[in-house]
Write a protein that binds this ligand. Sequence first.
Ligand SMILES: *Cc1c(COP(=O)(O)O)cnc(C)c1O
Length: 437
Amino acid sequence: MNANCAERSLELHQKARELMPDGVNSPVRAFKHVGGRPIYVSRGEGSRFMDEDGRCFVDYCMGWGALILGHAYPTVVEAVQKTARDGLCFGTCHRNEILLAELVAEAFSPLDMVRFVCSGTEAVSTALRLARAATQRRLLVKFSGCYHGHADAMLVKAGSGAAEQQLAESEGVTASTIADTLVLPLGNVELLEAAFARHGDEIAAVIVEPLPANNGLLPQSPAWLGLLRALTHRHGALLIFDEVISGFRFGFGGYGKLVVDIQPDLVSLGKIVSGGLAVGALVGSKKLMRKLSPAGGVYQAGTQAGNPVGLAAGIACLRVLKEGWPYEKLKNLGNQLEAALQKSGEERGGALPFRRQGSLFWLCLDSAGKLPDNAEQFSPTMGKKFHPAYASWLSQGIYMPPSSYEVGFLSAVHTPAEVDALARALTEAVDETQKLA
Ligand SMILES: *Cc1c(COP(=O)(O)O)cnc(C)c1O
């Protein structure tokens, strides 16, 4: 990155570092994975944003996928402005709760009851507590390579030793929390069956991203996801699909149901359902959801839960998505990007290390040959080759999520010309990486 062109961002970052840990409110933003300094955004519109130094970037991070309609989509902004004029926060009931719950329940039918929270993390935490209460069991099963926010139980990772040795991914996670979470590799049938054979009557829930997209893009086979469904059914455990990133991205509903046709017991949502503000949601059957307080005994609450302005953004966003055109557009842009990279691959006599599912894409510059299918297959030096590529993208006015582990997001307002430029930039990064190797 050319620091000379980013004086203002650098100055702000230095100030921020004295006031917030490493200057940020969420780790990846510190740019540690790309060896630079964060960019300070001043305003966004459509597919682009401007930084404090007046530079313009085409954004492929898009609020980590929340902005499927791009920055400041007009009807979403209008809904926010109109709602805000009538009050920012009531801490009690209002009409928007019903309107958004209707849209979400329609999209996730037959699941028909919703709880609104303020983030994906909260939706997941609530789902886990609810699952434990509903089953009267202790253990949670998660998979390495899936991200579920920062609830303690979700910050447990697989150890490198024995199959069932677990470690904390963060300091401050207690041994008892670690002992209550089983971490398995994605896509592995034997270890999954063994875990159920051994602990089947102790497992409250299995949580998975039906399309793992927070640690590279690691699509799993419908057969393996189907096995999760079958084993949880057989052993009386719940299946939680964490669709915070995939919900509403592949169509008006969840990836699990729309793409692989598997019906989970609970779905956690965030990102797109928020229209860009701080909204998350948990969706389930009435029977399960009525276990939440005050209908039932599983406590969950929030001062800002169901905030009227946040829900207005969600309603406006989902209404546009329901029209269908954004998904048509996303499909075309995704196909265009993949076709361009395929062509580049053919010209170079081998496929590029690129993977796409719908409007999510991932370039894995560190893969030697085959792309990884689970976290265990990642190169130990993952990310090194990403630094120069990232700097080059920034210099071309392309903003990607600042980590090689993160996927890129197409939005419904990117243009075919922008996607062409993206395809060229990705191809060039592969060529440059090969020169370095
Ligand atoms: C982003 C994400 C979360 C966390 O959501 P926050 O709103 O950041 O708390 C959880 N699960 C998945 C699958 C996500 O992509």
